[in-house]
Design a protein around this ligand. Sequence first.
Ligand SMILES: [Zn+2]
Length: 702
Amino acid sequence: MHHFRRTLVTSALPYANGPVHLGHLAGVYLPADMYVRYKRLKGEDIIHIGGSDEHGVPITITAEKEGISPKDVVDRYHRMNYEAFSTCGISFDYYGRTSSQVHHQTAQEFFLEIEQKGIFQKKTEKLFFDRKAGRFLSDRYVTGTCPICNNPEANGDQCEQCGTHLSPIELINPKSKLSDATPELRDTMHWYFPLGRFQEQLEGYINSHEGDWRSNVVNYTRTWLNQGLKDRAITRDLNWGIKVPLESAEAADKVLYVWFDAVLGYISFTREWASEQGEGERWKAYWQDPQCRLVHFIGKDNVVFHTLMFPAILLAWNERRQSNFYNLADNVPASEFMNFEGRKFSKSRNYAIYLGEFLDKFPADTLRYSIAMNYPESKDTDFSWQDFQNRTNGELADTLGNFIKRSVDFTNARFDGAVPCESTPEEWNSLGINWQSTLEQIDLAYEEFHFREAVSLGMDIARAANRFLTVSEPWKMIKIDQEGAAKTMALSLNLCHALSIILFPVIPDTCNRIHAMLGFDGRIEDRCLQGKSLVSSLLLPGLKKGHHIREKSEILFTKIEDSDIAPELEKIARLLAETEKHEAAVEQRSVEFKPVISFDDFLKIDLRVARVIAAEKVKKAGKLLKLQLQVGAVTKQVLAGIAKYYTPEEMIGKNVVLVANLAERSIRDEVSEGMILAIEGEDGRLFVLEPEGNEINGKQIQ
Ligand SMILES: [Zn+2]
């Protein structure tokens, strides 16, 4: 394996148009944080870069909806998400924003570099234009009726009701969200990035990581490669974003597409971090030194942007250069999704637990632990309140917290708060755990992004330690065997110390409190491993004979009562009921077509434009109107079940669509020589179809 001198970790940039929820935490931010904390613990050179993605159409739409500026929107969510991450202990070295000046410069630099090499292509396409607003409308700015489910408020890119991906021109009755005007199609020119140009290089890149990347990441990327990479637009007609840095008229009012700009944020923010450190050029050691390892933490919905598109941008930069080459990612540990009580998180349905709200009620470490135990490494997992309560009470409070507190309290009560004797690593095997191989496994699990395995092995040790203390009964033993009790406590305290290190990447705040209870000043990460792995650091006991612990213990975890989560469960029940009601409505509205017929079958139906020349109610048949229809030179009588909705007077003079060759039927002693077409609207109300045009009477409809 390549030896790296330092590591750069990036976390997917959350979109500054809403608060982050627990699904985001589970997929990206917590795993990234556990990884960097583990590496820092070993004293490795590592930085963690993140920030807000602040451009793109949804932000301008939110701004217009609320009557505020896009800047107001991104300010709000940048602050909100940054605070939630801080409270959760996500330890970024730098958390930037793509609206910053440095980022605008970086993205424009990339654009110009690639433009000057002649790599981009320009293409003209047709796009909806709002004449009233004087602007081109990107997909999200067009609304209309979904052709699939008839949802009258479908978006130009997707119908939220039935989930179908749409293009704005597919919408029935398209409307501009800016002015309600019906938009018209106009030509517009855009820059495209020819991904296919890098197909071979990217295939080589992916092949070279076959064994070390997660198979779902490789497989998903291969699907794209196998289909052949297509050109991708990198500019849009929008007034919020990074301007295309050219003076020409065709560049006016165009900004960089957010997919192109956002991934470059990682570079911009590392630059900003370096400036903040007072070493402006230091960022190059992380991006352009081949001895630095680049790792992107993302969710599975972001894979190809990090395995194909961002690498392609960097390859385009690197092409024909003499120096300042960018590194491509060494790993992209994309996660699967974490669901919530058996269903997908959904921002639009408000079916989510937002990180900030959660942390207002429960401590960060209980959440971090629960989520780490359910880390969606290779398949989707689930967060449930019940599981959260069980893990907090059973594993954190009753097992880990209880073991630490009993060890500290008993040492204070009976051994004057000092480690009573030496404890050797060999004794640690009396727990029934092979200490060395367990530690090797934990090291490897953290190194290779198997976070659930790392935290599970840590909790296994806590369980074994808690059992050991209970079974050893030092409070009884001390009366007959002072030395035996002393050995038990020396081992227990060293286990407390070991656990505070092993679990530190997962529950850092708790582990620092354990560390303080054990009599240490400062933070764990500042003193512990000093360049060693967990194995080499913990094979020597951390606490020697005579080491003084703190006089007072503390309760590390408060149990979660049923009454604490009752309101949350109620809320879920309500949201689920709403979702189900909504889904039932969608199902009703979705279209189920009749079996296919041939064109010849269709031609058998003779549809004609007819005019109602007389109409009356049918006696003893309240629903029926008897209509006399003029069809060219012929007159036909038709019975129609529309009496509830149309008076005879209203019908006279209307043009209707007649099925002219339908077999005759008799109803209530009256003959019907055909049928007229009508649509059933809401509540069963019928609307007669009325064809429009001049001189159309008697004409065939086809
Ligand atoms: Zn739809």
